[in-house]
Design a binder for this molecule. Structure first.
Ligand code: GDP
Length: 319
């Protein structure tokens, strides 16, 4: 039986990854600042009781060392940290600490304990910034444009550096936006889906958005945790882009959500400067061919499928 520690186990990805690893018969230890098996995400996936919760603070190196010595995991997944680009403009230091400093501590704890673990680090396609419409590959230089992207770039460089210098088995999945019904409304996909469903139910409200001409590579989160696991089953640690390879305008996503509910989005949506960001990557494009070739991983669902799947999940929970 393999043992995995998941940092950030109660978030969207942590919950889906816990489920995947439990299905693969792993012992799963879920570490987070205030982990509870009663976490809504874990309960929603019906796995709260099967995962072992441990409280952990990634800013405390000694406690990480003790945790690793105590659990002696085969695999460690670093999914913790502030996860919203928008919020990072308001909380740059917390974003930096919870992503960059936390990752550094985890790498250092692994180095000090000398336990032969395999580490997955959750990176972000935001690190590439504007690529001028070109699809980014693993060799495209980083040009981060938000406190979030700067912190993720730093964590990715640290991970690569520990791999080269200390020979750790450590890799970063450069993840593009991946969504599901476990996303909070802070993220635009869930905001659109929840509001549109309320409108369809007769709430009479408007959906107010920021820039709807941005383009993103939106995928389906349950598929992305599978790519994370596959990265740690390879002989060599390497970084991989994890994306659908297909880009969708926010406007198209909105239209797909309202279409699924039999509504015309133009009658229900308005925009407001209040939701604009100081900087925002306009067009995101990714080339996930390396993951396809080496990990044999390919996303099944792209942006408009994600819109439909999220509406269906929302209707199931709030019919
Ligand atoms: P993140 O940027 O990866 O953290 O994901 P979000 O879902 O928060 O934002 C995705 C994109 O949607 C960004 O380019 C936002 O500027 C854009 N967007 C447009 N309107 C909104 C809005 O009302 N809320 C949010 N969160 N994002 C919006």
């Amino acid at each position: 039986m393999k043992t995995a520690i998941i940092f950030g186990a109660s978030g969207q990805d942590g919950a889906f990854l816990s489920k995947l690893l439990l299905e693969k018969k792993y012992r799963v230890v879920g570490a987070s600042r205030n982990i509870r098996t009663a976490s809504p995400n874990l309960q929603r996936l019906n796995i709260g009781g099967d995962m072992e919760p441990v409280p952990s603070c990634m800013l405390d190196l000694n406690s990480l060392v003790r945790l690793l010595q105590d659990i002696r995991p085969d695999e460690v997944y670093n999914l913790a940290g502030q996860s919203s680009v928008g919020l990072s403009f308001k909380k740059p230091i917390e974003t930096h600490e919870s992503i960059s400093v936390a990752t550094m501590n985890l790498l250092e704890a692994i180095r000090r304990t000398e336990i032969p673990v395999k580490l997955f680090n959750a990176g972000s396609g935001e690190c590439f910034g504007n690529t001028g419409g070109e699809a980014a590959t693993e060799s495209t230089p980083f040009a981060p444009q938000s406190p979030y992207a700067v912190a993720k770039a730093s964590a990715c460089f640290q991970t690569a550096n520990y791999r080269e210098v200390y020979k750790l088995f450590a890799c970063t999945g450069i993840l593009y936006n991946h969504e599901s019904f476990l996303r909070p409304e802070q993220f635009v996909t869930r905001k659109i889906v929840s509001t549109a469903c309320r409108i369809a139910g007769g709430s009479g409200e408007k959906l107010v958005l920021g820039n709807i001409s941005i383009e993103r590579d939106w995928g389906w989160a349950p598929e992305y945790v599978n790519a994370m696991w596959r990265m740690l089953q390879q002989e060599q640690p390497e970084d991989y882009i994890v994306a659908t390879g297909s880009t969708c305008r926010l406007e198209q996503f909105v239209a797909a959500v309202f279409d699924r509910l039999g509504l015309n989005w133009k009658e229900h949506v308005k925009t407001d400067k209040r939701f604009l960001r100081p900087t925002d990557v306009k067009i995101v494009r990714a080339n996930p061919v390396k993951a396809q070739k080496i990990l044999n991983w390919k996303a099944r669902y792209t942006g408009v499928d994600v819109a439909r799947l999220m509406v269906e999940a929302e209707l199931e929970t709030n019919p």
